[in-house]
Write a protein that binds this ligand. Structure first.
Ligand code: ATP
Ligand code: MG
Length: 500
């Protein structure tokens, strides 16, 4: 009896345990978000938890060909395949637009039926989020790689600009303010362009132009902007040295070549090897020197005075002259072949009177230069003075203008340059004799009276111009009555104002 009661209470306990297990399992299956299916024989579903039902839909509507059915049969196909392949572990698959993860586990039921737990997780949303994130990452990557290439490009630009800036600095260094070619006339900007264009080549250059136009300045600029700018630069004024001295100076001499040549000596062409030689006043060289120069330019070698072995030299020649070399060739005083060799590139600087636009720039430039040099506080240049400067013919070109301004700045009393400080250079043999020369040219077939009055007019003009149109001063100098002087000015239509 007692054992019966005992076994009954054990039974009751076991049933309670089983019920507890079942109820725990049930609440677990009903509350987990994963889908759980119990599949029999791989083709029918014995149980679905609420998550699975939600996903697959209500099976009571199994007849309608709804999306749910399609999903269900698809799912069964996946399950059947997994069972067939006896898949162990977790796998991923797609079902329509859904992305699923599933795990297969055996279920031990009654009668050895082929039952399987099928756990499914819907990864669609997390996949979408993941894809979004990776899309976001890719677009960030694209943006970043764009940014990186932009940065690289701007770095490249920065480096390019830095190099340009450096070469600009170099350029500025090469052109000290002192040696700069000032002037904005078309002629001068074309000249400047040409200078920089031809500088880099090794070609011989002939610079022509009247005295004071800036030939030496151009030669300096060419050399400074050439590839030989860090090599020696020698300037030789061909008319200041005697011919034989010039020859041995340029080409050197062997021992005993002439009295006093007690040892051999290298000439400038050898010393300057790799550099540049500026032959100023080339029009003044003798025929003998012309032949020697032709040799250097033609064959690139020299022969020392008293020697006979040619020595190779690498020298760039820049020559300058204010003479008309072509006219000299015609007269036979300059070799045609040398002229051709020199004239490969000709830079011809126009006289200042043909580029009067440059006068203002140059005047300002020289005022600045001498104001600094003489520590003067000049900051005003009356228009009347500028007009006077522009009217002048500048036979001595830029050098004359520089001299005029230098004197004016030096003499100026306050911060202004006035008429009193303006003195033009007298050109020997030119201005002083001008009236006389013009008078003599007009002698033929004319009466004494007209000739005398022409002469008188020239004298008055000359004196007035020299005195910048100052009548009282001219009257005093010429020792003539004031009224008579005004009469003559009227007769000859002379206006002192124009001569200021
Ligand atoms: N465009 C210019 N800008 C600034 N200065 C200039 C300019 N042209 C000439 N000069 C200045 O004028 C002066 C005369 O120039 P430079 O000696 O070069 O002339 P040149 O043609 O060689 O004269 P010459 O035939 O008499 O030897 C120099 O002081 C030079 O610096
Ligand atoms: Mg000169």
């Amino acid at each position: 009896m007692e054992s019966q009661t005992q076994s009954r209470s054990i039974m009751k306990g076991t049933i309670q345990d089983a019920e507890r297990l079942i109820s725990n399992q049930k609440s677990l299956l009903e509350s987990i978000p994963e889908m759980v299916l119990l599949v029999k024989n791989g083709d029918s579903i014995e149980y679905m938890n609420p998550s699975a039902k939600r996903f697959l839909g209500d099976l009571t509507h199994i007849n309608d060909e709804s999306e749910r059915q399609v999903r269900l049969s698809e799912l069964l196909r996946i399950v059947a395949q997994a069972i067939r392949e006896d898949k162990v572990g977790t796998f991923e698959t797609t079902l329509g637009q859904f992305h699923l993860e599933y795990t297969l586990a055996p279920f031990f039921g009654y009668n050895n039926e082929a039952l399987y737990w099928f756990f499914i997780r819907d990864l669609t949303e997390s996949k979408r989020q993941f894809e979004e994130i990776s899309l976001f990452h890719t677009s960030i990557e694209t943006i970043l790689s764009h940014k990186i290439s932009e940065l690289k490009e701007s770095e490249r630009m920065r480096q390019k600009l830095a190099t340009e800036l450096n070469s600009l600095k170099e350029h500025l260094k090469e052109q000290p303010a002192e040696g700069k070619m000032v002037g904005s006339s078309r002629a001068l900007s074309e000249l400047r362009d040409m200078v920089f264009q031809v500088a880099k080549s090794d070609a011989t250059i002939l610079i022509t132009g009247e005295s004071g136009t800036g030939k030496e300045l151009v030669a300096n600029l060419i050399r400074e902007s050439s590839n030989r700018n860090n090599k020696p630069f020698l300037k030789i004024n061909c008319n200041t040295i005697s011919d034989s001295l010039l020859e041995s100076d340029l080409f050197g001499h062997e021992k005993g070549a002439f009295t006093g040549a007690d040892s051999k000596r290298k000439g400038k062409f050898e010393v300057v090897d790799g550099g540049t030689i500026f032959l100023d006043e080339i029009g003044d060289v003798s025929p003998r020197m012309q032949a020697a120069l032709l040799r250097v330019l033609q064959d690139g070698d020299i022969i020392r005075v008293g020697g006979n072995t040619p020595i190779k030299v690498d020298v760039r020649v820049i020559a300058a002259t204010n003479q008309e070399l072509s006219a000299m060739v015609q007269q036979g005083s300059f070799r045609l072949d040398l002229f051709y060799r020199l004239n490969i590139i000709n830079i011809s600087i126009p006289p200042l009177r043909e580029r009067k636009e440059d006068i203002i720039d140059l005047t300002t430039h020289f005022i600045r230069k001498y104001r600094l040099a003489f520590k003067k506080d000049i900051n005003f240049l009356p228009q009347s003075i500028l007009d006077r400067l522009v009217r002048h013919d500048w036979p001595g070109n830029v050098r004359e203008l520089e001299n005029v301004i230098q004197r004016a700045v030096l003499m100026a009393k306050n911060n202004v340059i006035t008429e009193n400080e303006l003195f033009f250079d007298t050109q020997p043999g030119e201005k002083n004799q001008a009236p006389h020369k013009s008078f003599l040219q007009r002698i033929d077939g004319r009466t004494l009276k007209t000739m005398v009055s022409d002469f008188e007019k020239d004298i008055i003009l000359y004196a007035l111009e020299k005195n910048h149109g100052n009548v009282p001063l001219t009257v005093k100098q010429l020792d003539i009555g004031k009224t008579a002087f005004y009469d003559k000015m009227k007769r000859y239509s002379i206006s002192p104002k124009e001569l200021k």
